[in-house]
Design a protein around this ligand. Structure first.
Ligand code: F6R
Length: 242
């Protein structure tokens, strides 16, 4: 695992954008794993700017997002489908049919939808480069602290502190969905390379436990230490405890 610390969140996100740009330039038909939440927003802004300047072509790229809430319409601005359209997909030339998010609407108990998502990732040749944020409790995707690491895409019950943290995107905490469908830790570990962005002092504890603590399913991001190609991009606030 490599860790890089930048003065500001903007600079950490710029570094992530440069890695994604390099990946797409080197392999135009890259399979990218994408994340939502506030951490990657500046990274997507930089990628959009590079595309608009004619520097980056998404026409051959395939994307797989980590997760989606269950129980809200994809047209709801709080859905991850809407988030991705607004922050990236509507502004670059990625083909609509090359965009994938887990099928929360068809999820049911998660079994079939999860297996279909895993099969689609495999059929695309696996993920070349996966972008991650990290929850204050150490979650990646929506893999919450648990007694075991999960394998494939599955339905999750969101942790109470995740519901509280994500309430800022909704009108009230009561509106935050209690369930989501998420790639599993196995899906993330199968990606050829992983870049995690963590910014802000509220991530300092999760970063410290992931980088310095034991590998423990109670801190899901700690498993990344056993992955051969992982880069943590941090601002100084998120790196404060290292
Ligand atoms: C989002 C995701 C989550 C977020 C994490 C951090 O697709 O899978 O793991 O990355 O909750 O969210 P922010 O960046 O909003 O603090």
């Amino acid at each position: 695992m490599q860790v890089q610390v930048y003065k500001t969140a903007e600079k950490a996100c710029r570094a992530a954008a440069m890695l994604f740009a390099a990946q797409i330039t080197k392999k135009p038909d890259s399979v990218l794993g994408l994340a939502t939440g506030s951490s990657p927003v500046p990274c997507y802004r930089d990628l959009v700017a590079m595309h608009q300047q004619g520097l980056l072509d998404f026409s051959k790229v395939t994307t797989f997002n980590l997760d989606e809430y269950c129980g809200i319409d994809y047209a709801n601005p709080c859905s991850y489908h809407a988030f991705m359209d607004e922050n990236l997909f509507h502004h670059v030339n990625v083909r609509r049919e090359a965009i994938h998010l887990p099928d929360a609407a068809g999820a049911g108990d998660g079994g079939a939808a999860g297996r279909a998502y895993d099969a689609a990732i495999e059929a695309a040749g696996g993920i070349d480069l996966q972008l991650l944020g990290i929850g204050c409790n150490g979650h990646i995707g929506f893999n919450e602290p648990a007694s075991d690491f999960t394998y494939g895409t599955h339905i999750v019950d969101l942790a109470e502190n995740t519901i509280q943290a994500n309430a800022r995107f909704f009108k009230s905490e009561a509106e935050v969905p209690r369930k989501a469908i998420s790639m599993g830790i196995g899906n993330i570990m199968a990606c050829r390379s992983v870049v995690l962005i963590a910014t802000g002092e509220n991530k300092a504890d999760a970063v410290y436990r992931s980088v310095r603590g034991p590998v423990d399913p109670q801190v899901p991001a700690s498993i990344l230490r056993t992955h051969p190609s992982v880069l943590f991009l941090l601002d100084e606030a998120a790196a404060a405890r290292l």
